[in-house]
Design a protein around this ligand. Structure first.
Ligand SMILES: [Zn+2]
Length: 146
């Protein structure tokens, strides 16, 4: 978390709107109540706040993995809705993820993509081990794109 909040603080300082987009199929499957998930998100925001940083918004898909909804990544509806709500151009945005559906959703939405992890088996625009390592690349590329 420490490295993550440091990276997010750099985005805040660069005035880059930052969002969390998350699949939460456990809600649809009944493993977790919506209220419990929202509490987790609130705790995450409070944790970031205590580290003097913030994210602009959180979108989540609560549907069952097999429900065929449009929002669950690799679907793009969460990205489209966030872009609309916050007046963001997806073609000038970067999708960062640690799973293949994150990268697929980003590509479909017209974003540049950054994969965080050890795997290089699919097509992202850049690969880093941690978000903190990715932050300078993300900031430089967003400046170039806008
Ligand atoms: Zn969904």
């Amino acid at each position: 978390m420490h490295g993550v909040s440091q990276a997010i603080r750099q985005f805040n300082e660069a005035k880059i709107p930052t969002f969390v987009v998350t699949n939460q199929g456990g809600v649809g499957l009944g493993y977790m109540k919506k209220e419990a998930l929202e509490k987790i998100h609130l705790e995450m925001r409070n944790q970031l706040k205590s580290e003097e940083t913030y994210i602009d918004d959180i979108a989540y898909c609560p549907h069952k993995p097999q429900a065929g909804c449009l929002c669950r990544k690799p679907g793009v509806q969460m990205l489209i809705d966030l872009a609309k709500k916050h007046d963001i151009n997806l073609k000038e945005s970067i999708m960062v993820g640690d799973r293949e559906p994150d990268i697929q959703a980003g590509r479909k939405a017209g974003c540049k993509t950054v994969f965080i992890g050890q795997e290089h088996s699919f097509e992202a625009d850049a690969y880093f081990s941690t978000l903190q390592e990715a932050a300078p690349w993300i900031i430089a590329n967003l400046k170039e794109m806008s």
